[in-house]
Design a binder for this molecule. Sequence first.
Ligand code: UGA
Length: 447
Amino acid sequence: MKISIIGGTGYVGLITGLGLAVHGHDVICMDGDSSKLNKLNNGELPIFEESLHELLKEATDRNKVVFTNNIKTAVRESDIIMIAVGTPESKNGETDMSQLILALKLVAGYINNYKTIVIKSTIPVGTCAMARMIIKDNLKNPMIPFDVVSNPEFLREGNAVSDFLNPDRIVVGVDTPESEVVMKELYRTFDAPMVFTDTRSSEMVKYACNAYLATRISFINEISEISEKVNADIHAILQGMKLDKRIGSHYLNPGPGFGGPCLAKDLKSLICFAGKANAGLPLLKAVLERNGLQIKNIIDYVMSELKDIGSKKIAVLGLSFKAGTNDTRNSPAIHLLEKIADTKTSIHVYDPVVKNLEEPLHSRVTFSTNIMDTIMDADCLIVMTEWPEFKELNLEMVYMMMKTPLIIDTRNIFSPNKAYHLGFSYKGIGITNPIFDSIDVSLKNII
Ligand code: UGA
């Protein structure tokens, strides 16, 4: 089939376009960003993502993808037009629909025969219905038929290529039998169950999934906090929980809170449009609130341990919102740095792929080229992401290099016993303090 992706050099657009191209479709990745188009036309990637180079090479070697800024050709030469433009968070937490609305108007102006318009961008429930009106109002010839389809994406940064090529399921919201036939043909070669529903339910699936994943993370972070206070161990608790098939093992890693451009943004958007529909969503509001507590608790701990923070050196490992990506949007590490930037403390940072931050933070911190320089003479080491090279750190060497042996391991990547044994003051998330005697006497009596 002939497919155009509007927003085809962005994260979702590019992976979708290349993924469909290697499945044999003829794809036009259309975008207004000429620097990204130039890169792609030279075989370079505008984003950092595992396995994406291989996908780009395969799609271009097979002549299955074209990168262009020509929206007219993109629309006219395609059966399916997928819209994958950004739908970022606006100041009040609602979804900013300006890019989507502009894309719909432009596409509508070039529609010359029946088209299926597929919305990939994450959009509030009811947007496909609105998109139909926008397209209808902007068609040059009002008699030309078209359909609008919802087809949410479930790609995780760092795993997006594999998630696209081996999806757990493909969710499609259609309002006509014709568009259902088109979408079945589009994904015919994928080995995954397809869930067909109406456009509103399909739009909601995306929010329900991200809200559920966020809820699991906030839940386990809350259990971790209470576990620390009553000297229970989150590793053991998780072992006991995960073997219950009803609970399973995913999205239960405690940490510094969920970050990135999606989970929090989608929760806020859901809370906003639910509010307009008179649904208060107290649980999901609490999930967001709980998430904010993670960084606050870490900072409180740093402050209480370091006492005179102004005269200290803090080493921070990991800047992206999780391992496997260079994306620092809504990264817990950045939130932490912003909070300690106001103090006089000396902050040294290292990340395997992030080498720049936005100002004023960039000038406030010292970037090290390797882990050991970051740690040298530090009074505190804070691990913010779970990159493999952090997990492989030689703790004996770290102990010798640090001025004060204090580790705050927000991803629980080190063995607490080993750290204690070496003489570190070690704090994980939900990790038992082996010095049980330090526990409050009244609590001990209850236990
Ligand atoms: C998320 C969803 O997982 C995707 O399905 C969805 O398509 C995407 O948002 C989106 O809406 O576009 P992503 O944000 O890339 O994907 O990353 P995740 O792997 O879900 O991680 C989100 C955050 O949760 C990260 O900060 C991660 O460190 C944190 N996390 C994840 C935990 O703290 N604990 C866990 O057990 C899992």
